[in-house]
Design a protein around this ligand. Structure first.
Ligand code: PLP
Length: 401
């Protein structure tokens, strides 16, 4: 424990020094804990301890997680709630009320799930039955298409434009052309894997054009990282009773990916269709309290957003100075144009203790990199310089088909 604490303070101080924040705060405590915690756990097999040690040793830049872990306020709320771990019917911290109040909607407009993944799953179950199709960008966060394939539905994939934005007019055309077959439109804003936003006027253009009986699911998993004023959340459309479902997650800015909590904000008529597929009582009682505390702790969110932007900007500049263009991102990840096989590149990084993003076809020239802590980004840059030569003439920009 002492070792872990020392390592935590070191990493934390480095990160804090970088952004000039007070090193005493415990915002990052969990993110820096190491395998040494497991060493004394006699119930774990040696195989598992080794796996933990290996995992903990990586710079984890592959899954767009929050490297700092949940803030102190959230940890305290969950620790205090642990007394309910043995109960079914205990108070749940008022998570649905807190989310409704946060967005200025009624509780009937909120549905929580085991991460937003569960809500993607049940949206698919509710709206693509009978093989109805999902319209979405290519590439985007593909989970909805994977769920759709599982229910014998398919995606209608709309290529990104040359500037990596989502092609809203083409999405509208696809919905109109295939109107009878389309069950759902999926819009990831900002988009994963590019980190690019859909401008607010284009969101409106899409919602104005799509017929009311085709719900538009807007996945705002990375909402909290955006600083571009051309972006806005689409929750206001729920108040207008438009056919939209907004998804949010506690996995990113609040750092609770492993605890599984996300939610949908939507008109009651849409949630009623989704609820029949949701797992009753699936979300654990402990994280519900963490969610309430996390929503309220805007200071912690601001800190994470600030550090994220600074580290993303710093890394982007370093990569571009080496001759590798980066797609301007509004999120806690970015894509760098490497013009090299992503799978091989991932293996080369892994050998150097750094995990980077998977391939996102058809963007075969680009590598997705999550923004980790300052120490992790240093490790990334060191590995990058070993793997990639300095270039004087960057490759031709483009999606990479
Ligand atoms: N939506 C997007 C765009 C994501 O990138 C992710 C995870 O990376 C998710 C949803 C799922 O998040 P969770 O199930 O942890 O809430």
């Amino acid at each position: 424990m002492a070792v872990s604490r020392r390592r935590f303070v070191g990493g934390f101080a480095a990160a804090m020094g970088y952004v000039g924040l007070a090193p005493e705060t415990d915002l990052f405590a969990l993110g820096q804990s190491t395998a040494s915690n497991a060493a004394g756990s006699s119930y774990l097999s040696d195989k598992i301890k080794k796996a933990m040690e290996e995992y903990d040793g990586y710079a984890k830049l592959s899954n767009n997680e929050n490297p700092y872990g949940p803030p102190e306020s959230v940890m305290k709320a969950m620790t205090d709630a642990f007394k309910y771990a043995n109960r079914y019917g205990s108070p749940d911290g008022g998570i649905v009320d807190a989310i409704a109040a946060h967005h200025g909607v009624k509780t009937e407009n909120v549905l929580i799930g085991e991460g937003s993944s569960e809500l993607l799953d049940i949206s698919d179950a509710a709206f693509t039955r009978g093989g109805r199709k999902v319209v979405g960008a290519d590439p985007t966060y593909a989970t909805i298409f994977q769920y759709a394939a599982g229910t014998n539905s398919q995606g209608i994939l709309i290529p990104l434009r040359a500037d990596f934005t989502q092609d809203i007019p083409a999405m509208i055309r696809a919905v109109k052309t295939h109107y009878r077959d389309v069950g759902l439109v999926y819009l990831c804003n900002p988009n994963n894997p590019t980190g690019v936003i859909v401008r607010k006027e284009e969101v409106k253009q899409l919602l104005d054009a799509v017929p009311d009986d085709v719900p538009v699911l807007i996945d705002e998993a990375y909402h909290h990282f955006v600083e571009d004023p051309n972006y806005e959340t689409s929750t206001k459309y729920v108040l207008e009773d438009r056919s939209v479902i907004i998804l949010r997650t506690f996995s990113k800015i609040i750092g609770l990916a492993g605890m599984r909590l996300g939610y949908a904000v939507a008109p009651k008529r849409l949630l009623d269709q989704m609820k029949v597929y949701s797992i009753n009582y699936g979300v654990n009682q402990i994280v519900r309290y963490g969610g309430v505390a996390g929503l309220a702790d805007t200071a912690a969110q601001d800190k994470v957003r600030k550090i994220n932007t600074e580290l993303r900007t710093k890394t982007t500049k370093e990569l571009e100075a080496l001759g590798y263009p980066v797609i301007p991102s509004q999120t806690n990840f970015f894509m760098v144009q490497i013009d090299r096989d992503v799978v091989q590149t991932g293996a080369d990084f892994k050998k150097r203790g750094v995990l980077v993003g998977r391939p996102f076809p058809p963007m075969t020239k680009h590598l997705r990199v999550s923004v980790g802590s300052a120490a992790e980004m240093d490790r990334f840059m060191k590995a990058f310089k070993e793997i990639f030569p300095v270039r004087t003439a960057p490759g031709k920009s483009g999606i990479g088909r």
